[in-house]
Write a protein that binds this ligand. Structure first.
Ligand code: NAX
Length: 335
C-alpha cells in the first residue's frame, strides 16, 4: 500500500467542504488505491459543526480514509500536508460583488501562506478556491517564503467545466466531445472562456457551432455570470459543482492531463510572462500537467483581437486586485 496522502482542507464545514470531503475520502481525487489523511481546518465558532461532518465521514466507512485531524489552527492543520486546499473564506452573498470581498478575505491568506511554508510537507501543492481565488492565491504565495511559486494555484476548473457544458449543450453533443477549453485571466465575471481555441469532436468549436453572435454573446455571458445565476436561483453559491471542479483540478494536476491527446486543462497559476501576462500575477491559463505535480503553460495559441481585448481586461482586473492588497504581499514570497 502506498503511503497515505495528507490533504488539508480549510472551510471544511462549509458547503463546498460538505460536497468535497466524501469525494476525497472515496478516492475520486487521488485514486482508488490511495489512502488519505484528512486534516480539516475551521474557525473556532464552527468547530462543533466540523465535528458533525467528521462523524458523518466516520459513518461513511470509507476504506481509504485512514485518519482525520480537526483543527482551528492552520499551523497544526497543515502539518506535513502534501496538498492544501484553501476553500475557507467568506462567500459572496446575494447581490454582492466579488471585488468587495478582497479586503475581508485577503488577511486570512497571509497567515495560511506562512503556515504552509512553515509546517506543510516540502513537496506541498496548494489549490485556492476561496474568493477572490486568484488574489488569495497570490497573497498565500507571497507569504510562503522557501516554497517554489508554481506550487500555488487557484481554481478556474469550474469555469472550464461550465464553458464545456454550454458548448456541448449548444452543439448537441456529449460534454466529453468538448476539448481544449481555455479560461484566461481572473476567476470572476471578467474571465475569458476561449471558444476560438476550443474543439468539439476534434473540430474548431466555432465551425461546429457556426454562430459567432451566440459565442460572443450568450455563451460568454452565461459562463462569466454563472456564479451569480446560481446564487440567484439557489440562494447560495455553487457548492456541488465547485467541489467537483476541485476534484478535477487536483486529480488532473497530480495524475496528468487527461486524454485525448492535445487537450489541456485550465488552472490559475503564477504567470511566467507567457502571452504578455505580467510575470507573477496568478492568472488562468491552459496548462498541461505531467502526472507528478508539475505543469507547463501551453504555448503558441492564437489569441484574436477579440480574445486579446478580453484577456487584457481580465488581467487588468487582477492588477487592480493586487494593488488593493499590496500591503499583504510582504513577508517573504515563494520563489
Ligand atoms: P461557506 O460559507 O459554506 O463555507 C466557508 C467555510 O469557511 C465556513 O465554514 C467558514 O467557517 C470557513 N472559514 C472562514 N474563514 C476561515 C479561516 N480563516 N480558516 C478556515 N476556515 C474558514 O462557503 P462555500 O460555499 O463553501 O464557499 C467557500 C469559498 O469558495 C467562498 O469564498 C466562495 O466564494 C468560493 N467559491 C469559489 C469558486 C471557484 O470557482 N473558485 C466557486 C464556488 C465558490 O463560490
Amino acid at each position: 500500500m502506498k503511503k497515505p496522502i495528507r490533504v488539508a482542507v480549510t472551510g471544511a464545514a462549509g458547503q463546498i467542504g460538505y460536497a468535497l470531503l466524501p469525494r476525497i475520502a472515496s478516492g475520486e481525487m487521488l485514486g482508488k488505491d490511495q489512502e488519505v489523511i484528512l486534516q480539516l481546518v475551521e474557525i473556532p465558532p464552527v468547530m462543533d459543526a466540523l465535528r458533525g461532518v467528521a462523524m458523518e465521514l466516520d459513518d461513511c466507512a470509507f476504506p481509504l480514509l485512514r485518519e482525520m485531524i480537526l483543527s482551528e489552527d492552520p499551523r497544526h492543520g497543515f502539518e506535513g500536508a502534501d496538498l492544501v486546499l484553501l476553500v475557507g473564506a467568506k462567500p459572496r452573498g446575494k447581490g454582492q460583488q466579488r471585488g468587495d470581498l478582497i479586503r475581508d478575505n485577503g488577511p486570512i491568506f497571509v497567515g495560511q501562506g506562512r503556515a504552509i511554508a512553515e509546517v506543510a510537507d516540502a513537496g506541498v501543492r496548494v489549490a485556492v478556491v476561496g474568493n477572490p481565488a486568484n488574489t488569495n492565491a497570490l497573497i498565500a504565495m507571497a507569504n510562503a517564503g522557501g516554497l517554489p511559486r508554481e506550487r500555488f494555484t487557484a481554481m478556474t476548473r469550474l469555469d472550464q467545466n461550465r464553458a464545456a457544458a454550454q458548448l456541448a449543450g449548444r452543439a448537441g453533443v456529449e460534454v466529453s466531445a468538448v476539448t481544449n477549453v481555455a479560461i484566461w485571466g481572473n476567476h470572476s465575471a471578467t474571465q475569458y472562456p476561449d471558444f476560438e481555441n476550443a474543439r468539439i469532436g476534434g473540430r474548431p468549436a466555432t465551425e461546429v457551432i457556426g454562430d459567432r453572435e451566440w459565442l460572443e454573446g450568450d455563451f460568454l455571458g452565461t459562463v462569466q455570470k454563472r456564479g451569480a445565476a446560481i446564487i440567484e436561483a439557489r440562494g447560495q453559491s455553487s457548492a456541488m459543482s465547485a467541489a467537483s471542479a476541485l476534484v478535477d483540478h487536483v486529480r488532473d494536476w497530480m495524475a496528468g492531463t487527461p486524454t485525448p491527446e492535445g487537450d489541456w486543462v485550465s488552472m490559475a497559476v503564477p504567470s511566467d510572462g507567457s502571452y504578455g501576462i505580467e510575470e507573477g500575477l496568478i492568472s488562468s491559463f491552459p496548462v498541461r500537467t505531467d502526472g507528478q505535480g508539475g505543469y507547463e503553460i501551453v504555448q503558441g495559441l492564437d489569441l484574436s483581437t477579440f480574445a486579446r481585448e478580453r484577456v487584457d481586461a481580465s488581467v487588468q482586473e487582477l492588477e487592480e486586485e493586487r494593488s488593493v492588497v499590496e500591503d499583504l504581499l510582504g513577508s517573504g514570497s515563494a520563489t
